[in-house]
Ligand binder design. Structure first.
Ligand SMILES: [Zn+2]
Length: 176
């Protein structure tokens, strides 16, 4: 696999709805790409497991939930932690576009509620790490208490792998 191409795809991947995979409640996914000192990760989690609703916030209570989550996104360690010290160098999210209430969009709210669509919360971080990350912890399970599993796909310069992390054991290792 061409890693540069994969990273290019990842950078353009934050879309309102995940097209790449099935939407299954309680199951999220994490894509993790390491290339030299650069580490990119992307979470893709059913909105039902983050917000308890899957549409743009309608009530102010829902909007507060979304705002609180957006504040948390500024602290990646609330979602993922590594054995190595990694410096955050970038973040993208779809929350502000898809879930945050906008004053000018009253008609659209009603429309979205009627259809009861599914939606995913998608957010990505880019880190710079001096050493390749070997162990990963996923405190995201503490933020999303109904989330049961995360399917992790990881890719580095030499290899790639797929594994499932459950909330009972919210960590994994990428062994050499
Ligand atoms: Zn759903």
């Amino acid at each position: 696999m061409n890693l540069t191409r994969v990273i290019a795809v990842l950078c353009g991947l934050v879309a309102p709805w995940s097209l790449a995979q099935q939407h299954v409640h309680d199951h999220g996914s994490l894509l993790m790409i390491q290339e030299n000192d650069r580490l990119q990760i992307q979470f893709d989690i059913p909105a039902a497991n983050i917000f308890n609703f899957e549409h743009q916030a309608v009530t102010s209570a829902q909007n507060n939930t979304v705002r609180e989550f957006m504040m948390m996104l500024n602290s990646p360690q609330l979602f993922i932690q590594f054995n190595e010290n990694c410096r955050l160098s970038g973040m993208t999210e779809n929350v502000s576009q898809v879930f945050l209430k906008t004053k000018t969009d009253q008609h659209h709210h009603a429309h979205v509620e009627e259809h009861h669509e599914h939606a995913n919360v998608i957010f990505s971080y880019e880190f710079s790490c001096k050493q390749a990350v070997r162990t990963v912890q996923l405190p995201i399970f503490e933020r999303a208490i109904t989330l049961q599993q995360i399917e992790v796909q990881w890719i580095d310069n030499q290899r790639q792998g797929l594994l499932t992390v459950s909330r009972n054991t919210p960590s994994f290792s990428l062994l050499k």
